[in-house]
Ligand binder design. Structure first.
Ligand code: ADP
Ligand code: ZN
Ligand code: MG
Length: 497
């Protein structure tokens, strides 16, 4: 009835087809409590402790819609440039499953919260706009646990803590044409929702889950092919691998005279393959009907305006502002707005330093270099943004040389201390006092008679060597400009300008 995994298609066959992809993304809203009751949404609580009659679906319990959840759902919809409908309503999506005690999910069907948005992506420099069909609200189900218990070969357990956790589902248009475009879409979508704090989008905790609809058609064809829906894509890497596999499978199937079945397929990360889970004939008929226990959701202009006014800056806006306000290059602005944490770190450091360009240089160079080497995120940086700002400020004020700054920075990274603390403790101060430098310069000149002679003979570039010797003698603490001036004065007074 359903097709089994097929050998990969030849490159020639692949070149004759075009993939069509649409994503359905579920995002957990970052509210403290559930969507229809006051139970906490906290992760990791003991099983079946964050529950009440409402989220357990006990008879007679009535749902009350959380205003905070609607606020975040509207914010998410606006961040994806959707039109928020003035009137939407909830619907029951009926199905039986052990982790769904109500026997139905409360979702939205024919009148969703928002419609008609977009996400802009760029793949290999080519800009493209991906349509967002709709954003709707729904509650999450619980979790069946099939492994990890002594009797797991005979029993499955159910944890209902997650029941009633607020979600938005974001359905895209079938606008993507490759796994790379799907990857870029999910990246941009995640970034936008993270930035405006609609969700933490933590895939490992299941705060962002993605199903991919895939079909192929001969290049140039208008009509869409039959799609398969691929589930269990819980990382960006899996999304890409599953799509590449599924596209090749469909092409090979059609090329060998077969037909793609409309079905749900499960991605297996161990094999990198997708396998049929259920066909359309076995598909659920959800018997959607309007939720009788909830009044329709009316969102007037005032509510929309209120959410808009409280909306944090979107990544694209922040990027544009960094370029304009701080004079950053496009690439630098991109790196520094890659995550909300990075942009906040940078702006705090730049404010303290009073020099946004040099700060960008330090954040992207030294800081990110050391963080990457240790596999750390900027949120885990041992160097506080204020302290990096102080370092940059001191460099600008001429208190520390570039070389000394690097040394101080390394100590900041290993100890977490402020530059002032490290300089005080280790006596790492720049020496620019002529009296202090005189002795060192006299030593350098006495120790390098050959270079002194060369300089006097006209080979003035050896001054760099002599400056280097003075820096070495002071462990980089000497003020380069002061050393150069003093050396020249000693070597040939008329060189002074
Ligand atoms: P269903 O009725 O199976 O739920 P929808 O029309 O609601 O299908 O679309 C679900 C998702 O599948 C959307 O993201 C949409 O863009 C995508 N999609 C629809 N048709 C196709 C197709 N032929 N190929 C790939 N994706 C598709
Ligand atoms: Zn509850
Ligand atoms: Mg659908």
């Amino acid at each position: 009835m359903t097709s089994s995994a097929t050998a990969a298609a030849t490159p020639e066959a692949m070149a004759r087809y075009e993939a069509v992809i649409g994503l359905e993304v579920h995002v957990q809203l970052a509210t403290a409590t559930k969507i229809f009751c006051g139970c906490p949404t906290s992760f990791g609580a003991p099983p079946n402790t964050n529950v009440c009659p409402v989220c357990l679906g006990l008879p007679g319990a009535l749902p009350v819609l959380s205003r905070a959840a609607v606020d975040l759902a509207i914010r998410g919809a606006l961040a994806l440039h959707c039109r928020v409908r003035p009137h939407s309503r909830f619907a029951r999506k009926n199905y039986f499953y052990p982790d769904l005690p109500k026997g139905y999910q409360i979702s939205q069907y024919d009148e969703p919260l928002a419609e008609g948005g977009h996400v802009d992506i760029a793949v290999e420099g080519a800009a493209k706009r991906i349509g967002v069909t709709r954003v709707h609200m729904e509650d999450d189900a619980g979790k069946s646990i099939h492994e990890g218990f002594a009797d797991s070969d005979r029993y499955s357990y159910v944890d209902l803590n997650r029941c009633g956790t607020p979600l938005i589902e974001i359905v895209s248009e079938p606008d993507m044409r490759s796994s790379a475009e799907a990857y870029a879409y999910l990246t941009e979508l995640k970034q936008a929702l993270e930035f405006v704090q609609v969700s933490t989008c933590d895939m490992e905790k299941g705060h962002l889950r993605c199903d991919a609809n895939v079909s192929v058609r001969p290049k140039g064809a208008e009509q869409l092919g039959t799609k398969a829906e691929v589930k269990n894509l819980n990382s960006f890497r899996f999304l890409k691998q599953a799509l590449d596999y599924e596209i090749a499978r469909q092409v090979a199937l059609i090329e060998s005279g077969g037909r793609v079945m409309q079905e749900t397929r499960l991605y297996n990360p161990d094999t990198g393959e997708t396998a049929a889970m259920r066909s359309k004939e076995q598909a659920h008929d959800y018997r959607y009907f309007p939720e009788p226990d909830l009044v329709p959701l009316e969102i007037g202009a005032a509510w929309r305006a209120e959410v808009k006014a409280a909306m944090p800056e979107l990544p694209a806006d922040k990027r544009a502002r960094f370029i304009k306000e701080y004079g950053l290059r496009e690439y630098d602005a991109q790196v520094l707005t890659a995550t909300r944490a990075a942009s906040e770190y940078y702006e705090t450091a730049a404010r303290v330093a009073g020099d946004p360009k040099t700060t960008a240089h330090w954040v992207m160079g030294e800081l990110m270099g050391l963080l990457n080497a240790e596999g750390k995120q900027i949120a885990e940086s041992p160097v506080r943004a204020e302290n990096l700002g102080e370092l940059v400020q001191r460099i600008g004020a001429g208190e520390i040389s570039g070389k000394l700054a690097k040394e101080i920075f390394e100590r900041m990274f290993s100890t977490g201390d402020a530059p002032s603390v490290i300089m005080e403790r280790e006596g790492l101060k720049q020496i620019s006092d002529a009296g202090e430098l005189e002795g060192i310069i006299a030593e350098v000149l006495a120790g390098n008679p050959k270079q002194v002679e060369q300089y006097r003979g006209g080979k003035t570039t050896v001054i760099n060597f002599l400056v280097g010797q003075a820096m070495r003698a002071t462990r980089g603490q000497a003020d380069v400009a002061a050393v150069t001036t003093l050396l020249k004065r000693k070597l040939r007074p008329e060189d002074l300008c």
